[in-house]
Design a protein around this ligand. Structure first.
Ligand SMILES: C[S@@+](CC[C@H](N)C(=O)[O-])C[C@H]1O[C@@H](n2cnc3c(N)ncnc32)[C@H](O)[C@@H]1O
Length: 301
């Protein structure tokens, strides 16, 4: 057995990214009807609403609690998601991709498995093919559900802190490879030790850091756009929120088209895409150590 278990997680600075400029277009519109001609988009990187998890209008227009009480039925939510992602499929190029960041929903102590329901909804009739599944490990974040277990340390009281979401990578039709020299990416330590795996360790955006209730970290679209598109391609986010996908697309020299139902989020995204630099943080990578002279059956480090 030449290698030991993972012994530490260490911070690794990302390869310095060279900023480039590309066109970005933002629209206050619904994902139900995408104002684009068919087969234009190379990759969509998006995160739709998580069913009843957040009332965005309430977040913008009142000081009331805006989480977890929209009261929409699961059937109507899934119907809307199906319509939106059929539209995304229409505007996607042949062999293009759609990456959906989505997590389970908690409802009165029961988990609604939204990633599984959406995969089944979109892939069972071949609208999309299920290309890859990545687990986003939030490393430092999560709902503090384990508090229940600390208060009552008895069997059946266990509730796990929720530290992950899924990144569903869907493909339109057959896979076609491209080898564009300009878009070749660097195989650095983060790529070799984190992006390479089906679990990505990326810390979430700290609370209230951006004026949106649930932005995903820029590292997610940065990785996905790098992996699934070439320079100059069109990247789309139909549920754009604060514009994280647009920022990453612009930085990587891809065109961007994004929209959101809420006008205020569109203004926020526009400002951020036009003016803000990318905030790529140091990544956590697993460090494997080679062990010489390990005796068979001895698992101590
Ligand atoms: C989970 S958030 C996306 C956050 C985004 N990924 C970011 O990093 O900021 C979902 C967004 O979808 C928007 N939205 C909800 N329904 C929509 C629809 N039918 N069409 C377009 N946008 C919609 C909400 O206003 C919200 O900003």
């Amino acid at each position: 057995m030449p290698y030991s278990h993972i012994v530490t997680l260490s911070l690794w600075e990302n390869t310095i990214l060279v900023k480039s400029e590309a066109r970005a277009e933002i629209l206050n519109a619904s994902a139900l009807s995408i104002p684009l001609k068919s087969e234009r988009v190379t990759v969509t990187v998006t995160s739709p609403p998580y069913h009843n998890a957040i009332d965005y209008a309430k977040h913008l227009n009142s000081k009331d609690w805006y989480r977890g009480n929209l009261g929409s039925s699961l059937e109507s939510y899934l119907k809307e998601m199906k319509e939106c992602f059929v539209e995304v499929q229409r505007v996607t190029k042949k062999s293009g991709f759609c990456c959906i960041v989505i997590g389970n929903e908690l409802s009165n102590g029961t988990i609604i498995p939204l990633p599984h329901l959406i995969t089944n909804l979109l892939c069972s009739d071949d609208t999309w093919r299920f290309h890859e599944e990545i687990i986003w490990n939030k490393v430092t974040g999560g709902l503090d559900r384990f508090g229940v277990t600390i208060q009552r340390p008895f069997p059946t009281y266990y509730r796990a802190n929720i530290m992950h979401e899924q990144i569903l990578v869907l493909r339109k039709g057959e896979l076609e490879h491209t080898k564009d020299e300009q878009s070749k990416f660097v195989i650095d330590e983060v790529m070799k030790k984190d992006t390479s795996n089906s679990i990505w360790n990326i810390a979430p955006v700290p609370p209230k850091y951006i004026e949106h209730p649930c932005p995903f970290p820029e590292e997610i679209p940065l990785r996905l756009i790098t992996l699934y598109s070439n320079k100059g391609d069109l990247v789309m986010d139909p549920f754009m929120g604060s514009g994280q996908t647009g920022k990453a697309a612009k930085h990587l020299g891809r065109e961007f088209f994004g929209f959101d139902l809420q006008k205020k989020y569109c203004s926020l995204a526009k400002r951020r895409i036009e003016k803000e630099e990318l905030h790529v943080r140091a990544s956590l990578v697993a460090k494997w150590e080679k062990r010489e002279n390990r005796q068979e059956g001895n698992l101590t480090p």
